[in-house]
Design a protein around this ligand. Structure first.
Ligand SMILES: [Zn+2]
Length: 192
């Protein structure tokens, strides 16, 4: 009986994580194009048809539609569906590690921003400042929610990679982008 309850609980957590990472796909598609990620329904990038509820269920819509837009037949990127599955798995892992606590939510938030940053970086070779600022803000929250990593360790974490990167770019201009330096500073603040 307890096993069944856990199965349901983890199933729900997986669904929530997949939905949040479905939103992540919207964010990383729209932000580099300068579009709002809160307003407007998603459209097929090929034929422009507005997606309906049936098209938007994470993972299941992809399987049901056999990976194609139902109007124009254009392929839906497999990466989007894999990203949703990854998000579902991460939600389960955060709960498994930290239980139903603020730690689980903060850890998931960190992984969410890190995943978005990695995929935008892969797509555009740029890291928008907003993501590093977001990670730094979570790093400030982590002072209170993960007090086992003290302030000194966090400040060291913030400079231990970013400072050498910064110095290297002074010596070899263009070796690393400014986005890398800001990201490693923010992630170091969070991780210690
Ligand atoms: Zn289409």
């Amino acid at each position: 009986m307890v096993f069944v309850l856990y199965l349901i609980l983890y199933g729900l957590l997986f669904a929530v994580g997949a939905c949040l990472y479905s939103f992540l796909n919207v964010i990383i598609y729209r932000i580099p194009r300068g579009e709002s990620f809160l307003r407007g329904r998603s459209r097929c990038p090929s034929c422009g048809r507005e997606l309906t509820a049936g098209d938007l269920v994470p993972i299941f819509s992809f399987l049901f539609l056999r990976g194609k837009c139902r109007t124009c037949g254009e392929k839906i990127p497999v990466r989007d569906t894999l990203t949703e599955g990854f998000g579902g798995a991460l939600a389960c892992l955060c709960f498994w590690q930290y239980g139903g606590s603020p730690k689980a939510i903060l850890a998931f938030g960190f992984l969410f921003l890190l995943t978005a940053t990695a995929l935008i970086d892969a797509d555009t070779m740029e890291i928008p400042d907003g993501f590093s600022i977001g990670i730094a803000l979570l790093g400030v929250l982590a002072f209170f929610i993960f007090p086992e990593i003290d302030g000194k360790a966090r400040l060291i974490g913030a400079v231990v990679v970013s400072l050498p990167l910064f110095l290297l770019t002074l010596l070899i201009p263009g070796a690393f982008g400014g986005g890398d330096i800001k990201l490693t500073a923010a992630a170091g603040l969070f991780l210690g």
